[in-house]
Design a protein around this ligand. Sequence first.
Ligand code: AMP
Length: 510
Amino acid sequence: MNIANWLHDTSRRFPQRPALFEGACQVADYATFAARVRQRAAHLMDTHGIVPGDHVALLMKNCCEYLELLYAIWWVGAVAVPVNSKLHPGEAAWIAENAEARLIFTDGGQVFSSQGLPAECRELDGRTPPDSACDSGLEFPCIRQDHDLAWLFYTSGTTGRSKGVMLSHGNLIAMSLCYATDVDPVSAEDAAVYAAPMSHGAGLYNFIHVRCGARHVVPESRGFDAAELFGLATELGNVSLFAAPTMVKRMVEQARRQEYAGEGIKTIVYGGGPMYLADLMEAVETFGPRLVQIYGQGESPMTISVLPRELIADRQRSEWATLAASVGQAQSCVEIRILDAAHSPVPCGERGEIAVRGATVMQGYWHNETATRQALVEGWLLTGDIGFMDPAGYLTLTDRSKDVIITGGSNVYPREVEEVLAQHPDVFEVCVVGEPDAQWGESVVAFVVSRDAQALNEALLNAWFIERMASFKKPKKYLFRSDLPKNSYGKVLKTELRQWLKDTSVTAVP
Ligand code: AMP
């Protein structure tokens, strides 16, 4: 089924329900939303000759037109290629070329110089509605099969060139139904606020909100501003959003500054990177039972495991710290196994690579059979993440396999070192990586952002660490910085920190 049918159905069932909002201001109900989509779809077909199976890219900051364009692309049976709007035009042009996009919609239509894009790809302004009011022949979305491609999802490329993850209509439908079943039930009174980029997880959460006739809200800043978000939540009510852990941390700081306790927020779904226990405790204290954690990756979007709100909020529970440090249990449409290097399941509690199978798992990587063969083995998606599972099925992530540090023959998982350092009251942020070391193979290096530069030093952190963890895991070096490099989804760029260590023979504070 074409996922655009959900918009078609909702617009017929609830034409007058409020659909699209810019800030707190309604700009379309569902009938108008669907009419605009049909108009844009007619424009794609009639003016630009887009046919089913063509690829159309979007390089735009969050806006209501983003949703109109996505649905217009699917309405004509084409494939959407959402591109991170913060990429350099050269990187975006590479994606347009790799994806064989025929059109790329941008903010204003003038991002690329005349030579920037491949000859077959045309740039158009995505914010301007098409001239033609032609709406004929497109009453229903084009028929698509479940396995037909819907969304080419370019990975954030934190470990090299990004790859195009092929997500089908069936993948997106399964992901959305999992959201309603496992993450948070959705009703028409809800409002999905797009504070994180729509080209990524936040955008993927639009579907279930369309299906349920809920509101879609794009902040006026078109991005993440905690104070603006709280204002919107208070005004609109029942707001849900996806936020990377770094965004949750900023929300907590802002909430404390303005004595805000989550009024108007229904759910904050966090994931996409590690949430340290120390940060989670502060978030629960600030926002109460509003947090749900998901673990996913582009290759099984937003849908591997879930840690429900009741558990996160239940600080009295004896095993709270252990469970809250996990990423929860498998979502409804996937099964999870922990595999050894030979791809055999390991016993319960042992670490291995997390593998996933089910209805949300990608069809493969676009034009990259080698990477597809490496990632999909006998129907299992090898995530590249290391973790272990307890007897109740709670999954704990230790790290990306590429991030594990092998020092003196022992494995050190950066996540556990980071957890211990993050609990120090004067540590604001921390990131641990391995550095090549002639004696040990690799040594542990901690990049630390302190809350108060005067209050923190290497000796204090060492003392803190040794009281809590084996000394072979202790960082050999602490590098104090004012911030950590992050990509536009808020993930710390470990590759950049490792590269920086390589390029610099550091002994001093950068
Ligand atoms: P991406 O495909 O860019 O969304 O990145 C997916 C990766 O982010 C996963 O393979 C994990 O390494 C990491 N990740 C996603 N969710 C979580 C989570 N809840 N906790 C820790 N790491 C996560």
